[in-house]
Design a binder for this molecule. Sequence first.
Ligand code: MN
Length: 724
Amino acid sequence: MEERLIAMFTERFGEEQGKLMAEAIAFASRVHCNQKRDDGTPFITHPLTVASYLLDMGMDAPTVIAGVLHDTVEDGDNVQIADIEKMFGREVAFLVDGVTKLTKSGKQTYVTKKQEQTENLRKLFLAIAEDVRVVIIKLADRLHNMRTIDVCTPAKQIKKSKETIEVYAPLAHRFGMGAIRSELEDLSFRYLMPEEYENIKAQVDVQQKERLELLSSAMEKMKELLKEANIEGSVSGRPKHLYSSYRKMQRNNCTLHELYDLIAIRIIVDTVTDCYAALGVVHATWKPLPGRFKDYIAMPKPNLYRSLHTTVMDEHGIPFEVQIRTKEMHATAEYGIAAHWMYKEGRQSMTELDRRTAWLRQVLEADQDAEDSKEFVDNILKDFLGEYVFVLTPKGEIIDLPVGSTPLDFAYRIHTKVGHHCQHARVNGNVVRLDYKLKTNDVVEIITSNSQPGPSRDWLSIVKTQTAKNKIRQWFKHENREENIQRGREMLEEAAKRHGQSLTILMKPEYLADVLKRHNFATVEDLYSAIGFGGVSAGQVLHKLIDLHRKEERLDELKKRFEESEQELPKKPVHRANPKGIYVHGDPGMAVFFGNCCNPLPGDPIVGYVTRGRGVSVHRADCKNVQSLMQEADRMIEVEWALDEHTSFSATIRVFIEDKPGSLMEVSKVLLSLNVNMTDLSSRSTDDGYAAMEITCTVTGAEQLKMIIANLKKIKQVIDVFRV
Ligand code: MN
């Protein structure tokens, strides 16, 4: 294997490079000499195989050499990137570093495996953005590991397969490497869903055999027809990949029999003109199925896949798919970005290469401030490695966006400034709403205006891509901190008001410290600012504050109850009660009524005010109306509770509760169990998923009310309860 690799390498890149290759192999053999693969073979077979894959794919010399060395820094006890650079040059060293995990070289310690994986992916994506050859080495590495995974433990098989299907197969797809993608998918599929895999494999085997027999005559005929038409080309049957068939069946909810392209015939010709000529021949001989013709030559897929697809019927009425493409298109379809090196002299230009990694640089641009690796990696996985639609700029350039994207996502993908100043959007010539969901083949035009000073805050809930979201957040963060602080403060105040809470009570230093720590903010201004630009929701902060406050209240209550139980029961009031249960000092006979403003209850500290002609109005000592009444100090009069057990009072409480079915029921149940007589109950929904209930009930005094409130607060769905 070693000799073959050196011989082929030398033949392609010359003697001098060949020597370097031999040195690389010798070095890697030394580093890995004590290592074995899971199947017991010497470890060195792995990097050598990876290098031979890279050579077969037509990669350049530094990439193939890096393939040989790719595990030396990660696995070697004492090998540094600097050593590689000294021996094999900067380029090779960079490529090796790009595929090397952080753990060893960086000496970081991670809290979780997941976090470690995330950090490694982030490093990998950054390296790919700088040099796309990194992804090709990484995929060749993964391909060999997956091809030999049957000797690993089941746990490792599942772990590696999961990572492959979530990250590496989509990456291969992203870079147009169709052959590697399909193989990675099929290999992972086998370990992740063994039953489905076996099931579909058995079906495909039977069907492919049947259909290949049926199609062999069609293929023979096709070869003859091409010859007659003077078109140079090869015709072959193309077996369908298992995982993509499985996905298609799931997506379209159909059986294997209904997949037209289970067997496709592939025609590979020399020129684009020949592609269309061959298509003409096919359509003249077999009847095309309407709606099945796709011209990916005129309109390549975002990953630059080009080909003609059509589905026709054979003489027995059995549909089959035909794919027509040039050799170069075929190489691009199979090897994707790697075909750039294969066709270096051809049409593939550096700009095309740049375009293939433009999306990665976009994420980098949007995330320049993101310190959170998880967010960064998630953004890439969600925005770029998931399902996408592709849309067109008015100039016909293809832009791919995740399914569910809006014109705003499109605008931000074009350029950050286009996003910020987007005024409206046209799709296929018609003005659409900014939350319009883009569809494949939509032609999207963004109209910008300088009178649109910047993004609007509700855009955050419209855009689908993380990159757009981050760009909008950043605008709010950087462009107007002062404004954000102001706005954040207002938003929190509004939220408090909506929930009938007072921020002065909730913003206790010890509660705030807790909230700041939780969100990693240094100052209250930072918190306000984050609320202002949408990084943190006001409701979230408020509920945390309420929660902390409630906890403290509960503690106080317990403490008080404990203290009370230590004391003797207080003596019953000695004064003679008037019908309202109030004793008026100095004039017990005076008529008494309660202020509507504060509805005092027995137990509340109270004061009296002598009105003109209507007797004494009784208020809670802390009633805000009392403050103004105090100006007429001579009319204030001392009053005191004087009760017998039959006096009862009306009290209103407000309950904030999650607006869910059953919430109201829970409240009623508690009141019923406490034997509370309700005289009025109303409830309305607030716009953020909560309901505010007002309950008026009859109580014997402040103690009973407190007890009711305490019991209501124990209900899971209840956010807060307080006396009105
Ligand atoms: Mn490896």
